[in-house]
Write a protein that binds this ligand. Structure first.
Ligand SMILES: [Fe+2]
Ligand SMILES: [Fe+2]
Length: 154
C-alpha cells in the first residue's frame, strides 16, 4: 500500500467528519459528543502512524526536515485543542467556536502535508520505499486501534 495514498484516505475521512461536526449544535449534545470522540480516535491513530513511521523516515532527508518539524508542532496544537474540547461540556457556548478553530487548524495542516510534505516525500522516497512505509503504517493502524480500543475502518 502506498504511504501517500493511505495518509490521504485518512485525511479525506477526517475532513468529512469535521464537516459533519460543524453542523452539530449545543442542543444536539449526544451527536456532537459521539462525532467528536470518533474524530479524536481517528486523529490520534493518524498522528501515531505519522510520528512513529512517516515523519522519522522523511526527517532523515535534509531537504524535508523543516516541513516535518513543522508537522510535529501542528500536531501538538491540534492535540491541545482536542484536549480542551474533551474537558469542556459540549453544551458550552464556546465549544462550537473552539471546534471551528480546531477544524481550521487541521485543514491547514492537511494542506501542508498534501502540498509541500508529500511533494518532498515523492522526491526522496522511491516507489518501493513508499509501499514499505504504507505497509508498516497500515499494520501500526491496526495495533494502535487495538491498544486504544478504537475501531479502525479499512
Ligand atoms: Fe496527516
Ligand atoms: Fe499530520
Amino acid at each position: 500500500m502506498d504511504a501517500i495514498a493511505l495518509l490521504k484516505a485518512d485525511h479525506d475521512k477526517v475532513k468529512r467528519l469535521l464537516s459533519d461536526l460543524e453542523t452539530t449544535t449545543e442542543r444536539g449534545g449526544k451527536t456532537r459528543a459521539e462525532l467528536f470522540a470518533t474524530i479524536k480516535g481517528e486523529l490520534t491513530i493518524h498522528e501515531i502512524i505519522e510520528e512513529e513511521i512517516f515523519y522519522p523516515a522523511l526527517k532523515s532527508h535534509p531537504k524535508a526536515k523543516d516541513v516535518v518539524l513543522e508537522g510535529y508542532q501542528e500536531h501538538h496544537v491540534v492535540d491541545l485543542l482536542m484536549g480542551e474540547l474533551e474537558s469542556m461540556d459540549v453544551s458550552d457556548e464556546r465549544w462550537g467556536a473552539k471546534a471551528t478553530v480546531m477544524k481550521e487548524n487541521i485543514e491547514h495542516h492537511i494542506e501542508e502535508e498534501e502540498g509541500d510534505m508529500f511533494k518532498k516525500a515523492r522526491q526522496v522516497f522511491d516507489r518501493g520505499e513508499l509501499e514499505d512505509l504504507g505497509e508498516r503504517m497500515a499494520e501500526r493502524k491496526m495495533s494502535a486501534g487495538r491498544e486504544l480500543g478504537v475501531p479502525v475502518g479499512r
